[in-house]
Design a protein around this ligand. Structure first.
Ligand SMILES: [Zn+2]
Length: 436
């Protein structure tokens, strides 16, 4: 009992005799940690011998390539690993229990069927506590080892191989690219590392992981992985025909007439387009090449107002003698303004529509007597006063020269005559200046 209170010192063994001698000592010394089920000596010895079975004991030991150690194994299975001392085993078990508990979020105990037994093994196969932890982790069915992708520190998914994760990133980049793409940049901090996950977690294949990386996350509008692409796109675009306006005194104020139809031109543009996850964030024009110049649309815009605008529109409404022109006049020393043109003739003389239009008044109206008002559009109206008889009614449409009334002397009148007014936008015009 010369090794009673410390792990067995691992020494190279010089021969099989010494090995079996030391084995006898070890059998007495070996104990499981107090919190574990004690290993009966028979099991220990059986384990040790099982560990030896596969080895050419004599040859291996004689060559001094083997060492005495502990074999870790499940009951009946070949050894999982070899360690120098039992301390390494208990440390590894604690590590595994801690790690698995963290991964599963529930307390986990390493199964007690796993045992440690004396063995002889090649020196290079003896593992440290850390290496044994990894070996034991592989035996825990509740966890799996996988290549985890993190994006800015957030786990995005896991695949069984590193190549699949890298392939997924390539697929995402390709997904955001097209034949115009000049550069593709992943904007996030990316990490790919081997880690343990709950066994029930699904591992992705490259396509599925790529799809997940391109989907918008629930919290954000953007996908977890931000990929910026820069494209150079060339396209043709029409150049709208410009409008050229020119003043035209032969047209009524603001009346528009197209003199020449315009034709749109065509240009070829090249833009540099930056997108984040396919969504355009900025665009810069690199070049514009005019393929066809546009032909401007030319529009004449009327400027004619009042008398100028009336020219050519009106015909004389009757025949007779002009007895009072438009404007200021002096009768018996007092000045007054005459709003129209008086044309005298016998009662019953025809009164004609000076221009085509709509009858907006046909009836007696104060000093006008029997009055007809015609609306000619474009702001023009004409008044026909003192009539003896009206031949049209309100709402009638009349054409130029159509007989609408007969001359008389109704209202304030001193004899049979037509009082004729021409108005433009309710301004009184001199009828004589409007007539041919
Ligand atoms: Zn008058």
């Amino acid at each position: 009992m010369h090794h009673s209170n410390r792990p067995y010192p691992m020494e190279d063994l010089s021969g099989p005799e010494e090995f079996f001698c030391q084995l006898a000592d070890l059998e007495a010394e070996f104990q499981r940690p107090p919190h574990r089920r004690p290993v009966r000596k028979k099991t220990l010895l059986a384990g040790a011998l099982a560990g030896l079975t596969g080895l050419s004991v004599l040859g291996a030991v004689a060559a001094s390539t083997c060492t005495l150690c502990y074999a870790v194994s499940s009951q009946g299975d070949p050894p999982l690993a070899y360690v120098q001392g039992e301390l390494a085993y208990t440390q590894a078990v604690s590590q595994v229990e801690e790690q698995v508990s963290q991964i599963l979020h529930t307390e986990y105990n390493y199964p007690e069927e796993t045992q440690v037994a004396l063995a002889i093994a090649p020196k290079e196969s003896v593992q440290s506590a850390e290496e044994l932890t990894a070996s034991l982790m592989e035996t825990v069915p509740q966890v799996q080892e996988a290549w985890v992708l993190t994006v800015d520190g957030v786990a995005a998914g896991a695949c069984s191989t590193q190549e699949e994760v890298e392939q997924a990133l390539t697929l995402v980049k390709e997904g955001y690219s097209n034949q115009n793409t000049k550069s593709v940049t992943v904007c996030n901090e990316i990490d790919i590392h081997l880690d343990y996950l709950p066994a029930e977690d699904d591992l992705y294949d490259a396509e599925t992981l790529a799809g997940a990386l391109m989907l918008p996350t629930e919290e954000e509008e953007e996908p977890l992985l931000t990929v910026e692409t820069v494209e150079e796109v060339t396209y043709t675009q029409s150049i709208p025909a410009p409008t050229q306006e020119q003043a035209d005194p032969t047209l009524l104020l603001n009346q528009r007439e197209t003199m020449q139809e315009g034709t749109d031109g065509l240009e070829e543009r090249t833009d540099r387009v930056t997108r984040r996850c396919g969504v355009e964030t900025s665009r810069e024009n690199l070049s514009v090449d005019v393929l066809t110049e546009p032909i401007p649309q030319r529009i004449a815009v009327g400027t004619a107002q009042g008398v100028e605008a009336a020219r050519g529109r009106f015909l004389w409404p009757t025949i007779g003698q002009i007895t009072s022109p438009f404007g200021y006049r002096t009768i018996f020393g007092s000045t007054s303004f005459h709003r129209g043109l008086d044309i005298a003739n016998v009662t019953g003389t025809d009164i004609l529509a000076s221009a085509g239009g709509t009858v907006t008044w046909a009836g007696a109206k104060g000093t006008y007597g029997n009055l007809i008002i015609l609306d000619h559009g474009n702001g023009f109206t004409t008044y026909y006063a003192h009539c003896s008889q009206l031949l049209v009614t309100e709402g009638d449409t009349v054409s130029q020269g159509e007989k609408i009334a007969l001359m008389g002397s109704t209202g304030r009148s001193t004899g049979s005559h037509l009082h004729f007014e021409v108005r433009w936008q309710d301004d009184l015009l001199d009828p004589q200046k409007c007539l041919p």
